[in-house]
Design a binder for this molecule. Structure first.
Ligand code: CA
Ligand code: CA
Length: 351
């Protein structure tokens, strides 16, 4: 297998095009996963898809009344973005906290589901980037036994991410796997370009990071999670992350080893589901760990250009020991052509 560097210790930003590490077999990758389990931050990796240019879905958006279906209108206003917590990732640009203002906007109650993405593909014939590249990243424990011998590449700094040929949103663990029993789960193996194409078709857009974080806070000020500061209030799981020993033992005490239905767990104060955990969600911004120190404080949109796009919210693979990024202020990024089994999105819309 070949290896790929990522910006996040857990490989939450496993990206395309970096140096892959060849391995002889899936078993070798699994043992490599253990060896690397003590490493932390890697370098972000940049790769643009050379052929990406004119590939937006061309179908007209389903604008008008249905653009609001399944969305919540948020009033906007001033809020405290980021965090001053010490137990965070300074290099990610989470802090210092600052006052930011956003205009009113609509946002989806849930991440875009497989059923919704299927409707988009049925209507437009859209072909995702994972299909164009011919592969996507699957977390090693989910790769079916029969496919394991054919896996030839893993992410160098996060060898639990395997490059599996034939993987895309409809076959999320490779050829022969299916979304049939996961139609209400978030669509995954969706690149930023794919997410943007869907949003355009739906008459929507991706949220800015500021909008996303404002929405995730659910009206609370400066809390760690969308529901407060405690991860499991009264012992109750409030989001889908990892319990156990990453990356080998997933105890799934919250009920889910992989994705959970998009509408699971209690929603936050704004009625939004799974802002923390489940799948990482693409934002419209180019990522910068510095922009927030000097950028706009009213409707910030991120730096004008960059190499990677911002992701928020963490995923079912996040664990405090390894990727404590299921907090509201946490952030990561990935190249806009990258896709994995734990990255999805939800849409926003102007009022
Ligand atoms: Ca879980
Ligand atoms: Ca999420």
């Amino acid at each position: 297998m070949k290896e790929i560097q990522t910006s996040c210790g857990c490989g939450c930003a496993a990206s395309r095009g970096t140096e892959l590490k060849p391995i002889a077999s899936g078993a070798e990758a699994a043992s490599a996963a253990e060896l690397v389990a003590s490493s932390r931050e890697g370098d972000p990796v940049v790769l643009e898809h050379p052929e990406r240019a004119e590939r937006d879905a061309s179908a007209d958006g389903a604008a008008g009344a249905i653009v609001r279906a399944g969305m919540v209108l948020l009033p906007g206003g001033e809020f405290r973005m980021g965090t001053d917590d010490k137990d965070v990732f300074p290099l990610d640009g989470e802090g210092p906290s600052r006052l930011v203002t956003v205009d009113p906007f609509y946002i989806d109650e849930t991440a875009v589901t497989n059923a919704q993405f299927q409707a988009f593909v049925d209507a437009t014939g859209y072909v995702t980037e994972a299909e164009q590249f011919g592969w996507s990243f699957v977390f090693h424990l989910f790769v079916p036994e029969r496919l394991r011998p054919s896996v030839t590449s893993v992410v160098q700094s996060a060898p639990w991410w395997w490059s599996v040929e034939g993987t895309y949103w409809r076959a999320p663990e490779g050829p022969g796997t299916s979304i049939e029993d996961r139609l209400e789960h978030p669509a995954v193996h969706i690149s930023w370009h794919d997410a943007s194409a869907y949003a355009k078709w739906a008459g929507k857009r991706l949220p800015t990071e500021a909008e996303w974080e404002y929405a995730a806070r659910g009206g609370l000020d400066g809390r760690r999670y969308p529901w407060g500061d405690e991860l499991t209030p009264d012992g109750e799981h409030r989001c889908n992350i990892w319990q156990g020993t990453f990356p080998r033992v997933n105890e799934a005490e919250d009920g889910y080893a992989g994705t959970a239905p998009a509408r699971s767990f209690e929603p936050n104060g704004y009625g939004l589901y799974n802002m923390a955990g489940n799948v990482w969600e693409w934002c419209s911004d180019w990522f910068s760990p510095e922009y927030h120190r000097s950028g706009e404080s009213v409707n910030p949109r991120g730096v004008a250009a960059g190499a990677t796009r911002t992701l928020k919210g963490g995923s079912y693979l996040c664990h405090r020991s390894y990727c404590n990024r299921y907090r509201v202020a946490a952030r990561t990024s990935n190249t806009p052509d990258s896709s994995t089994g734990h990255m999805g999105f939800r849409c926003a819309a102007d009022v």
